[in-house]
Every structure is written in structure tokens, then in C-alpha cells.
Ligand binder design. Structure first.
Ligand SMILES: [Zn+2]
Length: 672
């Protein structure tokens, strides 16, 4: 579902922070900058409904009309991101409670309990009023439901939530005996006789039952999703043809976005990579993840910043050209929209030092607005990209429930971070310009040749069978250490790790040896010696062959990386955290075997992705270096540079430092 037929370009617009005369100036500046969509009214509940049941839309009517007159469409907020002060005064128990029983106050934002009954009825009334008011306005192109759900309050521990949790558990487990069995409550004498004895996992003397904690993650995710679905139901009824979305936050742990994405019409997300980190690899990884949530459907980058944020300890701005470069890097991985927080930099409030498209002081030569305008005008030339896709033959398994489980307390290694292990594998593919999708283990894997499962600690019922079928039919499955350990309730698979994956991998893991942070060991493979850190598995072979062995410690000489033939494919197990050199070589060998090649051979720090339809392909090449690079394009092809419109035959191509090329392929005759 495309929102516009062009690349969406614009940002959050908060006109209620400004006098009316500024609205006209804003609309003119937007027009000049090539803005075609703004997100409006996200935090406007107290302005739209200044007192209980009294609605004031006059100001918003005027703003939307002004925008529309200037060719700017509206991604209309449902205004539910901040409950008004009058609401909190009337319903003080709507404030959320943290795990220690502390009630969070009014005065910032997102101060609500997701299970508060009157919150839900008030949201329904507000959203219906907004939808009815604007359902026929030609400016309305999309709904922006709430804002960054759960970003500050991802869990509430109040009495409303306790009641809802018990109901949720009863639906899931049916009997208290089943719950006791699933949660392993015979341990530490935690057995329950009836549902009313169960509470949210509040602060306790020591480690809380991990199965209970895991279910609380699921329950809170479901509670917050229910809030979204409440709004969606109203919007769908009143405006059946307007796309509905809510802005995700990439690798945001509390919400299972694979689950959420099934309920939005288009994925939108907010990305704020820190310029201090250099190459924006995690930003790329999140773009690939967000694109994968709805199986490759293009997404919209709903928020990024032009220059600097205000919420880090030190807020470094993006150097000249970098905002443009990273915007193209986002489009290269499947974005059909580039949006910002926010349009005009606020004068007051907590985000007044957060960068914006129009800074506090604007004149003709302002760098930020100049870059914003340049990008806006360029993106107008890329209409053809809208709806085009990215094809990947490699997939990385990413599973939110696994993430929750693997980072619960009381593990062999309590500093393992799921994202960083995923990123270690992703990084090697990123550096080699190999397109990657993210999948759940329960997804259809048949379109991929290589599937990587970093720390697949939790294997839920049926998931092992999907992986087994994938390997049996010729795929390569790469599994990292600490995988195949527990079921969906965090109960260990008995009979040898990696549990249900054991036959695919042809090994069993007898012991874990987690490493202190400073410990480095070596591993030998047939082409050299490499470092490894973090973890060692004591592996016994059950049909697999060793690809590398440990050099040091009491398990020296034992296998660390193994390969097992299974059906027409193979299962590779990596029983440590090897250095980048080893991981890169291992992946390269697998890629070569499956004839998976980089999209283009390029210099270091040059990112290449390809978007395509059934009819054409378009290369997007991003030079992250601050110097010029030269690359060679196939000479039998003719390319059109979409930014300057020029056509040229393949061969040598130079790209300036911090610059980009968007090249649509034509055949010999110059035909698309
Ligand atoms: Zn609550």
C-alpha cells in the first residue's frame, strides 16, 4: 500500500507550538523544500479536547487547509501519545506504576497504564471524533496512531494490570496446574493454588521466576498492541481506505514488531544513529529488519534528525552531507519515505535543542535548511522507486521472544546481548554488500539459500521442523553458541544441547564455558589462527566434522566450529564468538558455495544495494568515505543517473566522498 506515488518527504509538524502567522511561513518553506507529507497532531490531545468531551478542531482545520493549499499532505496523528492533565486529574489511577510500586507522574509524556479501562473509552471517543472530522479531507493520506508505543513505559505493574495479567494467563494456560507446570513453580516453592494469587513480577528479594517474567513481556506487548488495535478498529471503520501505521523504533526490545507489523498497513520507524559511531551499520541492519517485518514491503523512515538530537550525553551533529547520505542509505534498503522529527525546532520544552528541518534561526544560507531543500528536490526525481523491492538470498533469524528469554537473569553469561551477536554476523554481510532479510524461525525459509541463527536460545514448538526442512532441501543453516536450549516457557530441553537442533547440527554440547570480558582464546582452522571471546562450548561430535578447534585452555584441540551434512544441505555450528576475520571467511565460503555474490565489487565503506521490480533494476551506491572512489560497472549495460538524469554506458564510475549514485539499469538499446 503506497501512501503517495512519490517518495514521502517531510516531518513531524507541531503548529500548536507557534502563532498562526508562522503556519503560512511554514507552508511556504515546506513547498520550497519539496515537502509533500507532514505528521500532524501527534501530541495534540489537550489541544483538540481541552476538557472532557469538549472538542476544538478549528485550529487544526485551518492548519490542514493551509498545508493542502501548498501541496502538503497529512499523516494525521491520533493525538493519544499524551493523556491531558484533566484526564490524569480525573483518573489518577491511569498513571503507570513501576516494578517498585512507584507511580509515575504527569509532566513528561506517555504517562498511562495500557490496561486502564477509562483510558480505552476516552481513546475511542477521541479517535472517532478526529476520524469523523477529517475522513473526507483530501489532504488526509495516512494515520499516525499514537507515537513510539512503550518507548518510556513498556511495563506497568498496577492493580489494573494485575487483573488483566491473570485473565491473560487463564486464557493461555486454562488451568492453574498447567501454569504451575509451565512456570516450573515447584522450584523455590512458588506453587499457586488459584489465579488470584498471581501478580505481575514486581520487585522481589532476588531472581524472579524467569517463566513468569517472560510471560509478562508477552502480556505487556499484547496489552499495548491492544491499545493500537482499539484505535485501528475505529479508523478502519470510519476511513476504510486510509493506510494506518504507528512508528516503530527498530530493535526496540519490549515490542514484538513481527507481531505488530501484521496489524499495520505499512511499517514506519524512527532512526537516530549516533554520528560518533561512524559507519551506520546498525541503522542499515534496522532498515533491513523493518523491511522484513512485512516480507519486503517498502517502509517509511518516519523520524530521523537533520543534524543532532538532544537526549544523548553529548549530541554530536551529522557533518555536512551525512544526513543526505544516510537518507539514501535508507532508501537503498527499502524506504519509500524520508521524514524527520521535526519540521520547526521548538522554542520551549524538552526537545528544544533537538535538530529540525527549520532551525531556531533561519536565513538563506543555513546549512541545515539548504541540505533539507536539496534532498527534497532530489527525491522528487525518484518516483519510480516507490514500491520496488530488494531480493535477498541470505536471512538472519530474529525473534523477539527469544531476545526476551535470552536476556533474562541467571544465565551462564549475564552480559550476552542478543543484538550484538546478531550484529556480528550482519556486519560481515553488510561489509560485503550482500542483501539480507530478517526472518522468524517459523517463517517460510524456502526462498533463502543461507539462514543464520545467532543465539537461538529458545526454540518454540515446530520451529525446529522448519529449520530441518530448510537444511534437508539444500540450505546452509549457521547456528551460534547458546542455541536450542529452552522451550517457549524457558524450560530446558533435556538430553543434550542444542536440543531439537542436535540432529541438524550433528553435535551435542556437553558444557558451557563463558569467558570473563578480558579473556581471549585462539581457534585454529585450516587457513590460520583467529581470536575468539565471550564463550566456549564443549562440543562432542555426533556425525559433524570439525572446521576449527580451540587452541588454548583445558579444552584445547576440541572442535569449536563444526559442519554436518543433513539431507541436501548442511548445518554449521559456531561454538564461540570468533573475531571478524574468521566469521567473514566462514560466511564467504558459504556464500561462494551457494553462488551468492556481492551486488558490485566496491571499495571499503561503499554501500551498494539494489531495488528492483519485474521490469527494471536500480543500483544505489553510497560512498561513506570522505574521499572519491572509483568502481566499475558492467560494460554491456547503460545506466541512467536518476539524480542528474544523465545516461551513460557502464565502465568506470567515480563517486565523490560523502556522495551517492542512484543508477537505473537500461539494456544495450537504452531501453528500460
Ligand atoms: Zn497498569
Amino acid at each position: 500500500m503506497n501512501v503517495l506515488s512519490s517518495i514521502c518527504y517531510g516531518g513531524d509538524y507541531n503548529p500548536e507550538q507557534w502563532p498562526e502567522e508562522i503556519w503560512y511561513e511554514d507552508a511556504q518553506l515546506m513547498q520550497k523544500a519539496g515537502v509533500n507529507l507532514v505528521s500532524l497532531g501527534i501530541f495534540s490531545w489537550s489541544k483538540i479536547e481541552p476538557s472532557d468531551g469538549l472538542f476544538d478542531f478549528e485550529w487544526l482545520d485551518k492548519v490542514i487547509d493551509i498545508l493542502y493549499d501548498h501541496g502538503v499532505y497529512v499523516n494525521l496523528g491520533t493525538a493519544t501519545a499524551t493523556t491531558p492533565a484533566w484526564f490524569v486529574k480525573k483518573y489518577p489511577d491511569s498513571l503507570p506504576t513501576d516494578e517498585s510500586g512507584v507511580i509515575l507522574s504527569f509532566g513528561s509524556r506517555q504517562h498511562y497504564c495500557p490496561n486502564h479501562p477509562q483510558l480505552i473509552t476516552h481513546i475511542k471517543r477521541l479517535v472517532r471524533a478526529i476520524a469523523e472530522r477529517y475522513k473526507n479531507h483530501p489532504a488526509l493520506k495516512m494515520w499516525h496512531v499514537n507515537n513510539e508505543y512503550a518507548c518510556h513505559v513498556s511495563k506497568c505493574f498496577c492493580e489494573n494490570c494485575a487483573v488483566a495479567f491473570r485473565k491473560w494467563l487463564k486464557e493461555r494456560y486454562k488451568t492453574i496446574d498447567e501454569l504451575n507446570e509451565r512456570w516450573g513453580t515447584n522450584f523455590w516453592g512458588q506453587r499457586y493454588n488459584n489465579w488470584d494469587e498471581i501478580n505481575p513480577p514486581k520487585k522481589a528479594p532476588t531472581f524472579i521466576n524467569p517463566s513468569q517474567e517472560l510471560d509478562y513481556y508477552r502480556f505487556m506487548n499484547d496489552s499495548i498492541l491492544r491499545l493500537f488495535l482499539t484505535e485501528k478498529e475505529v479508523l478502519r471503520e470510519v476511513t476504510p481506505n486510509i493506510p494506518i501505521s504507528t512508528n516503530f523504533m527498530g530493535s526496540f526490545k519490549p515490542l514484538n514488531y513481527f507481531q505488530w507489523a501484521q496489524h499495520v498497513d505499512i511499517v514506519t520507524w524512527d532512526s537516530y544513529p549516533d554520528p560518533r559511531e561512524g559507519l551506520p551499520i546498525q541503522h542499515a541492519m534496522m532498515n533491513d529488519l523493518m523491511r522484513s517485518l512485512r516480507k519486503g514491503q517498502p517502509f517509511i523512515l518516519m523520524e530521523q534528525v537533520t543534524s543532532h538530537v538532544n537526549w544523548r550525553d553529548i549530541n554530536v551533529p551529522k557533518p555536512p552531507g551525512v544526513m543526505r547520505l544516510w537518507s539514501y542509505a535508507t532508501i537503498a534498503r527499502g524506504a519509500d519515505g524520508i521524514m524527520f522529527f521535526q519540521w520547526r525546532q521548538s522554542r520551549a520544552g524538552a526537545e528544544k535543542f533537538h535538530g529540525a528541518m527549520v532551525p531556531h534561526f533561519l536565513n538563506e544560507n543555513n546549512r541545515i535548511y539548504r541540505e533539507v531543500t536539496q534532498l527534497g528536490q532530489e527525491l522528487k526525481k525518484l518516483d519510480c522507486l516507490v514500491g520496488s523491492r530488494i531480493k535477498a538470498e541470505v536471512a538472519i533469524i530474529f525473534d523477539w521472544e527469544n531476545w526476551w528469554a535470552v536476556e533474562l537473569s541467571s544465565k551462564p553469561h549475564n552480559k550476552l546481548r542478543y543484538i550484538s551477536i546478531v550484529e556480528a554476523y550482519y556486519r560481515e554481510l553488510y561489509k560485503r554488500n550482500i542483501a539480507v532479510d530478517f526472518v522468524r524461525p517459523s517463517d517460510d525459509l524456502t526462498k533463502y539459500k543461507v539462514v543464520i541463527a545467532p543465539i537461538l536460545y529458545m526454540v518454540k514448538e515446530g520451529e525446529d521442523e522448519k529449520l530441518r526442512q530448510f537444511v534437508a532441501s539444500g540450505g546452509t543453516l549457521i547456528v551460534s553458541f547458546f542455541s536450542g536450549i529452552v522451550d517457549e516457557n524457558d524450560r530446558v530441553y533435556l538430553g543434550g544441547y542444542p536440543g531439537p537442533l542436535r540432529d541438524i547440527l550433528g553435535i551435542f554440547v556437553e558444557e558451557f564455558v563463558p569467558y570473563p570480558e578480558t579473556k581471549v582464546n585462539k581457534i585454529y582452522s585450516n587457513d590460520g589462527e583467529y581470536d575468539c571471546t565471550t564463550w566456549a562450548d564443549i562440543i562432542r561430535l555426533e556425525g559433524a566434522e570439525p572446521l576449527a578447534t580451540f587452541k588454548g585452555d583445558w579444552y584445547a584441540g576440541l572442535p569449536v566450529v563444526t559442519r554436518n551434512c543433513y539431507g541436501k544441505g548442511e548445518g554449521i555450528y559456531v561454538g564461540t564468538y570468533p573475531d571478524s576475520n574468521y566469521l567473514g571467511k566462514l560466511l564467504e565460503q558459504v556464500l561462494v558455495k551457494h553462488h551468492i555474490n556481492p551486488i558490485l565489487e566496491v571499495a571499503e565503506n561503499v554501500e551498494v544495494q539494489q531495488r528492483e521490480t519485474d521490469e527494471w533494476k536500480c543500483l544505489i551506491i553510497i560512498n561513506h568515505n570522505d574521499y572519491e572512489v572509483t568502481l566499475s560497472l558492467p560494460e554491456d549495460k547503460v545506466y541512467q543517473n536518476m539524480i542528474d538524469g544523465k545516461c551513460f554506458r557502464g565502465g568506470e564510475l567515480r563517486i565523490q566522498g560523502v556522495d551517492v549514485a542512484v543508477l537505473r539499469e537500461h539494456d544495450e538499446a537504452g531501453k528500460v
